[in-house]
Design a binder for this molecule. Sequence first.
Ligand code: BTN
Length: 255
Amino acid sequence: MSKLSKTKIEEYLSNCGNTQVFVFESIDSTNSEAKRRINEGFASDGIFVAEHQTKGRGRQGKSFFSPAESGIYFTAVLHPNTSIEDTVGMTAAAAVVVTDVLERITNKHPMIKWVNDIFIDGKKVCGILAEAVSDFESNINKAVIVGIGINLTTDAFPEEISQTAGNIGTMPDKNLLSAELFMGLKAICSDLTERRFMDTYRNRSMVLGKTVTFSRNDIDYYATALDILKDGSLKVITDRGEELLLNSGEISIRF
Ligand code: BTN
């Protein structure tokens, strides 16, 4: 079984001199730990990775199922030298990095469900939670935290996600995986202004052309997903012929 090791992750990292690695057997949440450290003055790039989370956090206040040994719970702390507006693209950029890495490991075609859930064979295998610690005076982010949870071999899911969640079907070297995720994220930081990675994002989207449903201001919509713009927003046309741009929130796909 692949075990997390600070030394091995450090060996796999190349050209990431100033990166500190923190490995935990169990922690509440690698994102929360990274935030706590930043607030205490941690100012380098960093990797926080755990075998198990007791309070794994997902988007929109949801929890992220994080059992021991069968998954990887990873947070990168990065310092892209961009404006807060440009840094918002990190969410989509991270989805591209994760699909690149998982494609190589699995030989399958990971797909992105807008905004940033990763699916393989129709099941969600990975969730991404990107957060920023900002200095509003300078309009520069102090740090960006990119949390990635991947179900490697997890198969006993809680009832509420048992129909939608899946795993990547293999147990890779978690240390190499951690290093590859970090190096991919670090590299893509230089494209946050231009966002050339959005072409790959669109190519791997599982929503474009599909009928989607969503709620806005307590109204339920049926719509067709038309495009994903460079800023990451989803352009849809509703069944009443109205074009809308969605910036955030959950959508469901009708197959
Ligand atoms: C989602 O699916 O809504 C996002 C899930 C993000 C989970 C990862 S696991 C590592 C990091 N620590 C957390 O508490 N959350 C992220």
